[in-house]
Design a protein around this ligand. Sequence first.
Ligand SMILES: Nc1ncnc2c1ncn2[C@@H]1O[C@H](COP(=O)(O)OP(=O)(O)O)[C@@H](O)[C@H]1O
Ligand SMILES: [Mg+2]
Ligand SMILES: [Zn+2]
Length: 250
Amino acid sequence: MPEEVCPLCRGTGYTIIEKDGLTAAQRCECYQENRASSLWRNSRIPSNYRNDTLENFSNRDSNELAKIQLILKSYCRDFPAVVPPGLVFTGAPGTGKTHLAVAVLKHLMESGFECVFMDFLNLLDRIRASWDPLSGESPREAYREALETPVLLLDDLGSHRTTDWVEDTVTSIFTYRCNERKPTIVTTNMPDPEMGGKLVERSQAGSMTSWDIKTSLAEKIGMRARSRLFEMCRVIRMPVMDDYRVASRR
Ligand SMILES: Nc1ncnc2c1ncn2[C@@H]1O[C@H](COP(=O)(O)OP(=O)(O)O)[C@@H](O)[C@H]1O
Ligand SMILES: [Mg+2]
Ligand SMILES: [Zn+2]
């Protein structure tokens, strides 16, 4: 079936307006709609997050969550005139980090900004595969994309084994994006003292008390990448609460 042609502009994307006796071309209203839906198609947001918005995020009677919602609304409103340009969501699994990050991405796409969702582990796999001529990935494609995407959402930073190669790769992506002032939105479960995460946690098994030493974000990605992350992202600390999926089943 042929695509429907816009009756206002006949598919040109412009309408002619007359003002004060002068004729001028103006973007047709179909342009914004088409752009938002093509940005949406290319964003690679996984289908289980497609319905997540700021509006359907519950504040769960928490002042802290309500405050985070306000911060994110003003971030979306002021974008791209926001300093620092990015966001890093930290906190326990199931507290809504990915939900909120995707919700922000949606707002930015509605305003016409190109955004791409990347699962961190998957990105590393793709970069690794792109060095292999038999993999079908074109050389360095995934890496180039992680550098150049106008707005990048990196989901679940730290969900990988630590190697020098991972550390170097993350450092070079963050350094480039930081220097170019390209907005980067990150979610992570990894604790970091600067973001209020505890590195030592007491656990009680029966009458025995023990201490768990957790792996920190710095150990996962290295000091240089961590310092770039704080330079380019505002920290959004999710309050300590139960996993929403568990809590909402009660
Ligand atoms: N406050 C909330 N209001 C509505 N849905 C929520 C909330 N917090 C989490 N969810 C939902 O719970 C699930 C897990 O949230 P997710 O964003 O994946 O958590 P995280 O990334 O922190 O592990 C998702 O389906 C998400 O939409
Ligand atoms: Mg998540
Ligand atoms: Zn039109």
